[in-house]
Design a binder for this molecule. Sequence first.
Ligand code: ATR
Length: 265
Amino acid sequence: MKKFGILAHPAKHSLSPKMHRSAFKSLNIDATYDAFDVKPNDVEDFMKNLHSKRIDGLNVSMPYKEEVIQYLDGIDFVAKKIGAVNCIYKKSGKYYGTNYDWKGIIEPLKKRINLKGRKVLLLGAGGAAKAACYGLKKEGAKVFILNRTFESAKVLARKYGFKATETAEFMPEIVINCTSVGFDNEDESPINPAVFKDVKIVLDIIYGHKTRFVKDAKTACVPCVLTGIEVLLHQGYASFEKWSGKKAPREIMSRAVAKRTPRIK
Ligand code: ATR
């Protein structure tokens, strides 16, 4: 039996166990997937004991995506460039890290629009925003980063040849929320809804409830409004394929998490 799971704190809210268990079951793979809710003081111990716990792979979520790197035998180019790991896998008895968060953000957008040359307003400059930048650069989008701390927006923009901005007056076609605003407080949005006027696609990385950001985009009649469920799924497909070597059963995984998520009206 193979052992997988998600390392996070808190981890209770995560839909990853439901999503991956459904995939393993549907392909008759003998594997478990658990939520490992590990407190900050216990992370070192947890990571140093992956072998004795017989862990085969992990997803990593907040707040450990950077911290786990020091305990791994290596990380790939993408994880290095983004500076964070969200997927750990075992190869020849060693543990390695990669990052599929960028796929989680880019793939749902790419399915709907060619990102090349598109004006994107990216909200946030933390871990999720860094992953988004990696993918948006690959696709040739024109990105403007707006963040509460302007200096962090400038540092991130410089790394990828993007622009840091303090306003959204440049009429973006795509708006991506990579801040944590709306995660705890459902009434808070990181941006004034006036920004949505001519926007074609909106993506929020938050899932689990309909955020103010998503509600505002719907009210403004943005033609395509995507929630964090899409992000969860697309990074999940990639993790599953890395671990199992099999094509992810997308329909099944999607149905497993959709059941638990409020529909966007
Ligand atoms: P993650 O890994 O999920 O991206 P993070 O690295 O802690 O988490 O980043 C959180 C992002 O949300 C940051 O861009 C943060 O802005 P700062 O760089 O100014 O800290 C943003 N953020 C968090 N709380 C916010 C708030 N109340 N208003 C605006 N932005 C906020």
